[in-house]
Write a new protein. Structure first.
Length: 102
C-alpha cells in the first residue's frame, strides 16, 4: 500500500519535502508527517497531523498514531478522520491555552 499516495489523494495534500525516511505533506486544511519505521519509532510507522492554524512544530503535533502494517494504517486513517471532524473544538481549546492563529 502506498501510504503517501493514499494520504495525498484522500486529504488533497501535496508533497512538501521528503528525506531520511520522513515525508511531509501539506494542504490548506491539514499537514501530515509520515515517518518510516526505524529504531526510534520501535520499528513502526509514525503518522503525525496538525492543522495549519495550530501548527508549531512536529514534536508537539496534536495528532500522532503509530502502526505496523496496512491494517494499522487504515485504523490510523479512521482516527485521523475523527481528529479532523473535531477541528473546531481542537482549535478553540488550543486558542484558549494561548496559542495564536497564523
Amino acid at each position: 500500500m502506498d501510504y503517501i499516495k493514499l494520504l495525498s489523494s484522500k486529504y488533497n495534500l501535496i508533497l512538501s519535502w521528503s528525506r531520511y525516511g520522513v515525508t511531509v505533506l501539506e494542504g490548506d486544511e491539514l499537514h501530515i508527517q509520515l515517518i518510516e519505521p526505524h529504531h526510534r519509532t520501535d520499528f513502526q510507522y509514525c503518522m503525525r497531523a496538525e492543522f495549519p492554524e495550530t501548527f508549531d512544530r512536529w514534536g508537539v503535533a496534536l495528532f500522532e498514531e503509530e502502526f505496523l502494517n496496512d491494517g494499522g494504517f487504515l485504523q490510523a486513517i479512521e482516527a485521523l478522520d475523527t481528529f479532523i471532524s473535531d477541528k473546531i473544538n481542537i482549535v478553540k481549546e488550543k486558542l484558549s491555552k494561548g496559542a495564536r492563529l497564523e
